[in-house]
Write a protein that binds this ligand. Structure first.
Ligand code: SAM
Length: 265
């Protein structure tokens, strides 16, 4: 199917309109392809075919009309084992999800992001590498408690989430207390929460807010690639030197990378 036809079909399925005349379709397809990019459409289409990518419609779930079919059943119905489950929140291209999955075959990893075309890269790599301990979920983190059952998740990685400096109530910054309460609904106690970030304010706020939210602060550093790593275990060194797309951008700009290990009780 060429790009024009694909745009036409997508437009039809997204927004069928009786008022649109056939001669308008070429223009619509043209605009659509240029607004979204052919590449994104291709990635969305491929995601739909991947057995380990979940893209449930959000509205019926958050309205309470429908329960997400995998909630509470990720181990039994998808991974088919009893291994711990680790989530990467705001996973972008899914670097941590895939790299940790390669290192730790005795754990299951789920990358979560609202942008499916981003995690398509990680989803494709997991498939090509034959990793059967990886899944991706496209959803908004604000509604994350609708997707996991009580005590279903063992660890969280939060990697370079958007810092949201204007978000004084903390309802958009996914490291805030408001979000921690949501994570508490599905995390086992105790469980680890790992944060990697370039932003000083996100780091400082997590250090001050997390203990109030019942999270003990373990190892932490405001400059991971300074002297910190030399005194850490080989295992931690290996995990912390996985570099995400955004991390590499910030390193190229000369920013320092921060890390916190929190234990939710
Ligand atoms: C700065 S990027 C970091 C991506 C990746 N972790 C990395 O380090 O390269 C932040 C990511 O969080 C996702 N994101 C932001 N807000 C979100 C939300 N409310 N729910 C789900 N994903 C969100 C974005 O789509 C984006 O991929």
């Amino acid at each position: 199917m060429n790009g024009w036809k694909l745009g036409y079909v997508c437009y039809e399925s997204l927004q069928p309109s009786k008022s649109l005349k056939p001669e308008d379709y070429n223009l619509t397809a043209f605009l659509l392809l240029h607004l979204m990019g052919k590449d994104k459409l291709k990635k969305w289409a491929e995601n739909k075919l991947f057995p380990h990518v979940f893209e449930p419609p959000l509205l019926p779930i958050i309205r309470g009309e429908q329960e997400f079919f995998m909630k509470g059943k990720w181990r039994s119905d998808f991974f088919r084992n009893d291994f711990p489950i680790v989530l990467e929140l705001g996973c972008g291209k899914g670097e941590y999800t895939v790299e940790l999955a390669k290192r730790e075959s005795g754990k299951n990893f789920i990358g979560i992001d609202v942008k499916g075309h981003r995690f398509h890269k990680g989803a494709k790599e997991a498939l090509q590498e034959g990793l059967n301990n990886v899944a991706f979920l496209r959803t908004r983190i604000e509604f994350i408690s609708s997707f996991f059952g009580e005590n279903e998740v063992d660890e969280l990685w939060i990697t370079f989430c958007d810092p949201q400096p204007q978000d004084h109530e903390g309802k958009r910054r996914i490291t805030s207390r408001w979000y921690i309460e949501k994570y508490r609904t599905f995390l086992k106690k105790p469980s680890y929460i790992f944060l990697k970030h370039d932003n000083e304010s996100v780091y400082r706020k997590a250090l001050s807010e997390w203990p109030e939210a019942g999270i003990n602060i373990g190892i932490h550093s405001n400059d991971v690639y300074g002297n910190f790593l030399s005194s850490q275990s080989e295992e931690l060194k290996d995990m912390l030197t996985i570099r995400t797309y955004y991390e590499q951008m910030w390193l190229d700009e000369g920013r320092k990378i921060k890390y916190i290990e929190g234990i939710l009780r």
